[in-house]
Design a protein around this ligand. Structure first.
Ligand SMILES: [Zn+2]
Ligand SMILES: [Zn+2]
Length: 293
């Protein structure tokens, strides 16, 4: 059974509507996966609003969705109060918590719907909303094996790996890869040399058919954004090469980047993969695009 991936929001940090961002889109993080008949949603940025409208058309009898939040920064949760299926008594939403006993996802989804921020409270949502927990960083949704991995990011963020019938998709946004490069001094001397990443991270991503990863910055931009929790796209390419990934979607585009700047960044990524002698396919995640794997 093929897996499907659709990008509903690919922008980082803040929505950026306007003609400069029309091709890659201005909505913040939201990716839909369909594997083994299950609807899996990664993050609830403003892209989640349009996914909700589409689901209402596709599944008028009620939606069952599995929601995975990488973390709770605004650009990953702001679409949730506008997710139409959450208001329907016919819907069942499973919300995943990465740490047993810690209900931070549910708590903060509640929090952003306090009356100071939003007119409708979480408790008024009509859908059945259930929390589920990872145990030992792993769980199953139908036949899909889901694992999570903690990433370097202020406030903690998690990557998710989804595997079914030999297909593997990894969603890894909001991760400052450059802060955990094994040999930072080599990078200073030879920016083109392969940047080695920690073995446990490489293993987590190993062999993915598709890696969707935070590549917000260019190498030139990264030094002035150190500590903000995001990666240079070139470092993402190096991770994908080390992990033997087939296709890599550069994701979480910087709000200051126009479509043309994103395209330049992708060209640099492709050249870098070739420099490493890799067949890796690199592209910029684009709102509205659907892939079949
Ligand atoms: Zn973000
Ligand atoms: Zn973040």
């Amino acid at each position: 059974m093929p897996a499907f991936v659709r990008f509903w929001g690919t922008r980082g940090s803040i929505p950026t509507p306007g003609h400069q961002t029309r091709r890659y889109g201005g909505n913040t993080s939201c990716v839909e996966l369909r594997m083994d008949g299950a609807l899996l949603v990664c993050d609830g940025g403003t892209g989640l609003r349009e996914l909700g409208l589409d689901l209402r058309r596709r599944m008028p009898e009620g939606v069952e969705a599995h929601l995975f939040f990488s973390h709770m920064h605004w650009d990953h949760i702001q679409g949730f109060p506008f997710f139409v299926p959450a208001y329907s008594p016919e819907s069942r939403l499973h919300v995943y918590e990465t740490t047993p006993g810690d209900d931070r996802v549910r708590r903060l989804l509640h929090g952003q719907m306090k009356s100071e921020y939003f007119p409708v409270s979480f408790s008024e949502l009509g859908a059945t909303i259930e929390a589920r927990y990872f145990s030992n960083r792993e769980l199953w949704v139908r036949g899909v094996r889901v694992r999570c991995f903690e990433q370097p990011h202020p406030g903690r963020s998690f990557a998710f790996s989804f595997e079914h019938e030999g297909k593997k998709i990894v969603y890894a946004t909001d991760s400052e890869l450059d802060s955990c490069v094994c040999d930072p001094l080599l990078r200073e001397r030879e920016p083109e040399a392969l940047r080695r990443l920690p073995a446990d991270l490489v293993r987590f991503i190993e062999g993915a058919d598709l890696l969707i990863a935070d590549g917000q910055y260019t190498d030139a931009e990264y030094p002035s954004k150190r500590g903000w929790g995001h990666a240079s796209a070139a470092t993402v390419v190096d991770l994908a090469v080390q992990a033997g990934v087939r296709q890599c979607a550069i994701f979480h585009h910087d709000p200051m980047h126009s479509d043309d700047v994103v395209e330049e960044k992708i060209q640099v990524c492709r050249a870098r993969a070739r420099t490493h002698g890799s067949e890796l396919v690199v592209f910029g995640a684009r709102e509205g695009v659907e892939l079949k794997l």
